[in-house]
Every structure is written in C-alpha cells, then in structure tokens.
Design a protein around this ligand. Sequence first.
Ligand SMILES: [Zn+2]
Length: 69
Amino acid sequence: MPRICATDHSGKMPATFNALPESQGGVGRHKCAACAYDLGRSEATAAEERLRERVRKLEAELRDLKSRQ
Ligand SMILES: [Zn+2]
C-alpha cells in the first residue's frame, strides 16, 4: 500500500495494485495512485448513475410516444 499519503487504502484496491508505482508525480497529477484510483471509481459510479437516469427518461419518452399511436 502507498506510503506517500495518510489515507488508509487497505482492502479497497485490486490485487494488482501493488505492482503499480505509488505515484505518477508531476504537476496536476495525483500524488498517490490509490487516491487517484478511488476518485476515478467515484466518478465512474456517478457517471453510471447519470447514464441510467438518461436511459430511464428515454424509455419513458418512448412509452409516451407509443401510447400516442
Ligand atoms: Zn492516497
């Protein structure tokens, strides 16, 4: 597990995570790869929910259009 940040990432990372470097470094990049991974997972979950909501709205629109025929 990373030693470059104070967050406890134990138990949340995939098994292959330990093979990655702790940091990608550089300006504008995450200092801790585990923090970057967590943020990416959170953003993906939020994007998935937005997509599901969009599909629900489109399905409702389709049902409405079919009911008018
Ligand atoms: Zn971290």
